[in-house]
Design a protein around this ligand. Structure first.
Ligand code: PMP
Length: 451
């Protein structure tokens, strides 16, 4: 049905309580050698993964509704990706593109130029992680404009390096105690329809109004002529899968263009068919000046990109961008195969189908409980925001319990949100309908258990 013959049985099956004994033993080993600052949401250790399942070291088969945080859209061991990586690794695993270049890097750049919004001339530079792509997009914007200020938004997440911590909104767990942070970074108000005030006449604040509010803050507190770039996730990821009101993005992009400000769309989480289009910017017809891309690009291999306007990216002096591993040849081979799979299996359509199927179920669940404040998202990037009954007050405790119950029953679910009260669904795009339905059944009974 999904067009892939999966290697592992696509079923949920628990042989032990979770975590099982082998996972527990690994947790003990880990405590003695792995830094405590790295935590794992799910305390089971993986032995295998394929399609919509993750199999742990005790033989339990769990339904994966997280895709390793929106990475394994094409599956965690997609045969075409595996074959491409094996073929590349058998020839060379590394030379460094800055020393002796190779075709795969160029081919990935060609594909990204064709796939990303806009028909203008584009350039791409490859990196290893989303945060590194964001850092470099900022370097490019500053170099090209000769300005220094960067504006990010409430609820934003852009990474864990020093500059990207400064861009990220949430203190715990990302920033606490890690300052001082990079200078000349400012934060503007976001459009968050569920947590937005109303106009005096009781009508909702429109996307354009929310954009004007942000622009006014930037004008007054920073000054448009000082701003090199504004950076925005078209749908905010870690912040809570916040879909801004329609019109917010186009209004900001228009204003940025009128003022010589680079508009950076951080599509690290939203990119590569996840939202039912190649990129979330496509839904609003927005053409970013620069895009930061990672996660879904290479089925789990560390690869990230800045893609965008040739005039901006080529403004950087020779040797100003790069890194030892950026655009690693095995990662590029994985990306080219993963992009082929997205096209061949029409994973944009598949993401839209997941949206239809899952939102219908989620709406039915919401009709039966007063714990759900909002269901939102696009494609296979869906969120359920939990509240205290009869209010809009965040309910992170309910979320923690639902996640724990779902896991005990073999379903991996992730949370997000500034208030920790959002469950996000990010299934692999190649998950079968049956497995998705089974995962949603478990979610439903976990919610029912709370009532
Ligand atoms: N930007 C966004 C929108 C993200 O969601 C993430 C990762 N969650 C990052 C940047 C950072 O990516 P990485 O973890 O690969 O550095």
């Amino acid at each position: 049905m999904t067009g892939i013959d999966h290697r592992l049985p696509q079923r949920r099956q628990l042989l032990t309580a979770l975590p099982g004994p082998a996972s527990q033993a690994l947790t003990e080993r880990r405590k003695r050698v792995v830094g405590a600052g790295v935590s794992s949401a799910v305390p089971v250790y993986v032995a295998d993964a394929d399609g919509g399942v993750v199999v742990d070291v005790d033989g339990n088969s769990l339904i994966d509704l997280g895709s390793g945080i929106a990475v394994t859209g094409v599956g965690a061991s997609n045969p075409a990706v595996v074959a491409a990586m094996q073929e590349q690794a058998a020839h060379f695993t590394h030379t460094c593109f800055m020393v002796t270049p190779y075709e795969g890097y160029v081919a990935v750049a060609e594909r990204l130029a064709a796939l990303t919004p806009g028909t203008h001339e584009k350039r791409t530079v490859l990196f290893n992680s989303g945060a590194e792509a964001v850092e470099n997009a900022v370097k490019i914007a500053r170099s090209a404009t000769g300005r220094t200020a960067i504006v990010a938004f409430d609820h934003a997440y852009h990474g864990r390096t020093n500059l990207t911590m400064a861009l990220t909104a949430k203190n715990l767990p990302y920033k606490n105690g890690f300052g001082p942070f990079a200078a000349d970074v400012y934060r503007a108000p976001m459009s968050y329809p569920f947590r937005e005030g109303l106009n005096h006449d009781g009508s909702p604040i429109t996307g354009e109004q929310a954009a004007r509010r942000a622009i006014s803050m930037i004008d007054k507190q920073v000054g448009a002529t000082n701003v090199a770039a504004i950076i925005l996730e078209p749908i905010q990821g870690e912040g809570g899968f916040i879909v801004p009101a329609e019109g917010f993005l186009p209004a900001l992009v228009g204003w940025a263009r009128d003022n010589g400000i680079v508009f950076i769309a951080d599509e690290v989480q939203t990119g590569f068919a996840r939202t039912g289009a190649w990129f979330a910017s496509d839904h609003e017809g927005v053409v970013p000046d620069l895009m930061t891309l990672a996660k879904g690009i290479a089925a789990g291999m560390p690869l990230a990109a800045v893609t965008g306007r040739a005039d901006l990216i080529d403004a950087v002096h020779a040797g100003g961008l790069g890194g030892t591993y950026g655009g690693n040849p095995v990662a590029c081979a994985a990306a080219l195969a993963a992009l082929d799979q997205m096209e061949r299996l029409d994973l944009c359509a598949r993401a839209r189908r997941i949206e239809d199927r899952a939102t219908a179920r989620l709406r039915a669940i919401a009709a039966d409980t007063d714990l759900i404040g909002e269901i939102r998202g696009r494609g296979a990037m869906l969120a359920v925001e939990f509240v205290r009954p009869g209010t809009r007050e965040p309910n992170p405790e309910a979320v923690a319990q639902i996640i724990a119950t779902a896991l005990a029953n073999g379903v991996i679910l992730l949370t997000c949100g500034t208030y920790g009260n959002v469950i996000r669904l990010l299934p692999p795009l190649v998950i079968s309908d049956e497995l998705l339905d089974d995962g949603l059944n478990v979610l439903e009974s976990a919610i029912r258990d709370l009532r």
